[in-house]
Design a protein around this ligand. Structure first.
Ligand SMILES: *Cc1c(COP(=O)(O)O)cnc(C)c1O
Length: 384
């Protein structure tokens, strides 16, 4: 082991989750695998390799750098890559040259895309983003006719691959009104451009939550992130899915595990503080294992005195504050532990499991945040 901790990706779990998604969508809806945020912390390179092997051919990212990572990983001619967010003017030529699709969400992006495509004597493949109520990015529906006129005049350099919008919180019923209003607005826009449909190949609106909670929003393509990694967007969406399908357990499997090892073991007398400050005081003789992972590796500092880890198939408490690169675990009651023993931070060991959602319960962060904070430089290892 050359790094202080490493991440494992389960090939079997990826296959299971992608099969679940493909089956749910059927043949008429394209599945775009959202791999922004370094594939939700799983690593663009290893994750895209596995997804590709499971048949995925459409990938969505947030910016041009991520698109570059996907392009480097997979055979060019075989996959579609779509940038849903930021693309700088300086990156447009590269995207157009490589057939990378991207959102246009305001006039400047549209005109610049056209200019760059002209220079390259190529077509820019664009998705027109519509603002339907999230109030983030996109053209207002009333701007659409001018946008379409502009595109019609420049069809040799602009090719519309899609028309799209994003829902502001389909994962919670508390947003029901807002989300269904957005859906209506988007349907209205699609109706309006109905007769120009050949120009627009795909309409898309749904992410994981909407795909499950509002199946009508699936349209031609869905942009699914979190489900493919084995998580429902929220507990609420999971419960909705289970009750609708009369199931008791999630059909998805966690892809990621996060592991490290014990770097040192020591015994501390009663009446001592452990680590920085005074947050943990030993009431009895305490045996502690030092683990070489801290908040700089993505182990949230709020887990001080709260985290749990697995060693030799048993669960132990993190004690004291999480340091930048280390933390202490109370192993007083372990029958046997040794320096070098495997420590599971996320994942299974023997009969025990540390789930990602156990972190949410402890410190009120969402799966998405915990995962994307896993550093890019941790090794990712693919397991069966
Ligand atoms: C992140 C993102 C998605 C995917 O969201 P999940 O909840 O992970 O499925 C879809 N669309 C857009 C625009 C996104 O930014």
């Amino acid at each position: 082991m050359t790094h202080t901790s490493y991440i494992e990706l389960s090939e079997k779990a990826v296959q299971n989750n992608i099969e679940f998604i493909q089956k749910m969508l059927g043949d008429d809806v394209t599945f775009s695998s959202v791999v922004k945020g370094n594939a939700y912390g799983h690593g663009i390179h290893p994750y895209c390799t596995l997804a590709y092997a499971s048949g995925v051919r459409h990938f969505s990212v947030s910016d041009a750098n991520e698109a570059y990572e996907v392009l480097k990983t997979l055979p060019h001619q075989d996959v579609t890559i779509m940038i849903m967010g930021m693309i700088d003017t300086s990156q447009l030529a590269w995207a157009i040259e490589n057939g990378i699709e991207f959102y246009v969400f305001e006039k400047d992006r549209l005109q610049r895309a056209n200019e760059e495509a002209q220079k390259l004597k190529k077509q820019a493949k664009i998705h027109i983003e519509i603002e339907t109520g999230m109030n983030r990015t996109g053209f207002e529906p009333k701007e659409l006719s001018t946008v379409l006129q502009y595109i019609e005049k420049n069809t040799s350099h602009l090719k519309v691959q899609g028309i799209c919008s994003h829902l502001a919180g389909a994962e919670s019923i508390s947003n029901y009104k807002r989300v269904t209003d957005q859906q209506k607005k988007f349907t209205g826009v699609l109706k309006k451009i109905g007769n120009q449909k050949p120009m627009v190949t795909k309409a898309h609106l749904a992410s994981s939550a909407a795909t499950i909670r509002y199946p009508k929003t699936r349209l031609d393509l869905v942009r699914i992130g979190i489900l493919q990694f084995g998580f429902f967007p929220t507990q609420e969406i999971l419960v909705h899915y289970l009750s609708k399908h009369k199931l008791v357990a999630s059909p998805l499997q966690r892809v990621i595990s996060w592991k490290t090892q014990i770097m040192d073991i020591r015994t501390v007398k009663a009446g001592q503080f452990i680590g920085y400050g005074t947050s943990y005081f030993t009431n009895h003789v305490t045996k502690i294992a030092i683990i070489p992972v801290g908040y700089s590796s993505g182990y949230n500092r709020s887990l001080s005195n709260r985290g749990k880890v697995l060693i030799r198939g048993k669960r132990f408490d993190v004690i004291g504050t999480i340091n930048m690169n280390m933390m202490a675990v109370d192993v007083t009651h372990a029958e046997q532990v040794e320096k070098g023993d495997e420590v599971v931070l996320i994942g299974q060991q023997g009969e025990q499991e540390i789930t990602v959602s156990s972190f949410n319960d402890a410190i009120q962060i969402i799966n998405y945040e915990l995962l994307t904070k896993l550093p890019e430089n941790l090794p990712r290892i693919i397991t069966k």
